[in-house]
Design a protein around this ligand. Structure first.
Ligand code: NAP
Length: 336
């Protein structure tokens, strides 16, 4: 069961003394964690991992809209011991009240609220928060020089610039996961050329020549990585951590689907140049799938590959992440 608090009740409650732990080396242990966007597509995996972490974090609170409290009761009740603050993310006083005694903030807000994060960051630092994770959990927005002009990156780049120019003492960490394999499998009915696997119809569209490696994360692992990062503050402070469940090619994905479902697949390809043409046309036409094309082009051209990722930096060594076999198994089971 969760405990529901309102910002006005919080404001009249004496500020909880944070159990920040400083050793002789000034190391920091997150104790009171506040999550924004906790019930979203990604936020729910992150919140589940934080709530389920062992040993438990002392206090976990989510800041959410009244609409979510009214409509996502089952999800909220599934998080045993969690505190829920219902408020308006655009109201500074609501946010300030919720930040009393909080030492660590995890933002998982959706695209519609990415811009609002500069206010959240400012208020959090003023409230004495020690560590802040802005909402990223996706493609590396500073992979290389070309990243600066990619349209889907602009709001997150603005948050990083704000942090560089304004944040003085609060530590900031970005968790960069690359694409979610769960979403990458999805073939959008209106744009099959953007790639994907339709398990029921046994149809697939592979991007490029199908041999380009892509680094993926599962949605379950994004939560594990975030919880793991919380256990490794010193290694995480000030970094954009690049974490991945596994790296594989579209042809390897296809082979795994055939291994688990048998043959008979209709396999087509969208060559890289065609993908770029489709991307360009989608932006010209103002199509809602423009971002999908851009991200899939970035992933296909190698924008998720690193000499070494940061998995081990946060203690997630080999064998601790989901596998391609598991992810395909999930997709096959969900298609039944
Ligand atoms: N790599 C990828 O493939 C990928 C895929 C999906 C997402 N992501 C990234 O993951 C992060 C979270 O995305 P998401 O899809 O999980 O978000 P989402 O489900 O769309 O939204 C998450 C939460 O944000 C809060 N929110 C408050 N005001 C909002 C507003 N005006 N517009 C939208 N949300 C608002 C809502 O929480 P309350 O109701 O509790 O206030 C909402 O449940 C983003 O940074 C996104 O870019 C990456």
């Amino acid at each position: 069961m969760f405990r529901l608090l309102t910002p006005s009740r919080l404001a009249s409650t004496p500020s909880r003394i944070s159990k920040l732990f400083y050793s002789t080396k000034m190391s920091f242990t997150p104790s009171s964690i506040l999550i924004f966007g906790a019930t979203g597509n990604i936020g729910q995996h992150i919140t589940s991992a934080i709530v389920g972490a062992q040993p438990k974090f002392d206090k976990v609170t989510i800041f959410t809209s009244q609409n979510t409290v009214d409509n996502k009761q089952d999800l909220l009740k599934s998080w045993s011991g969690i505190n829920v603050v219902a408020g308006d993310i655009s109201q500074g006083k609501d946010v300030s009240a919720a930040l009393q005694g909080v030492d660590t903030v995890v933002s998982c807000v959706g695209r519609g609220a990415l811009n609002a994060q500069t206010d959240l960051i400012q208020i959090a630092e003023a409230a004495g928060v020690k560590w802040f994770f802005p909402s990223e959990y996706g493609t590396d927005i500073e992979y290389g020089p070309a990243s600066a002009t990619e349209k889907p990156h602009q709001m997150k780049l603005a948050v990083r610039n704000y942090v560089r120019e304004n944040v003085k003492s609060m530590k900031v960490t970005y968790l960069v996961t690359g694409p979610y394999i769960d979403f990458y499998f999805t073939m959008h009915p209106s744009v099959p050329q953007a790639g994907g696997w339709n398990v029921k119809a046994k149809e697939s569209v592979l991007l490029g020549d199908g041999n380009g490696k892509v680094g993926f994360c599962s949605m379950r692992d994004v939560g594990r990585f975030l919880a793991a990062s919380l256990r490794h503050p010193e290694a995480s402070f000030g970094k954009a951590l690049k974490v991945q469940s596994f790296v594989c090619t579209p042809k390897e994905i296809q082979a795994e689907f055939e291994k688990q479902t048998g043959g008979g697949w209709d396999v087509r390809f969208t060559p890289f140049d065609e993908l770029k043409t489709l991307e360009s046309r989608a932006w010209t036409e103002g199509s809602p799938v423009s971002t999908i094309f851009t991200l899939r082009r970035i992933w296909t051209e190698g924008g998720t590959l690193y000499e070494k990722n940061d998995n081990e930096t946060v203690g997630m060594g080999p064998g601790s992440t989901d596998t391609l076999e598991w992810a395909v198994g999930q997709a096959v089971a969900n298609a039944k």
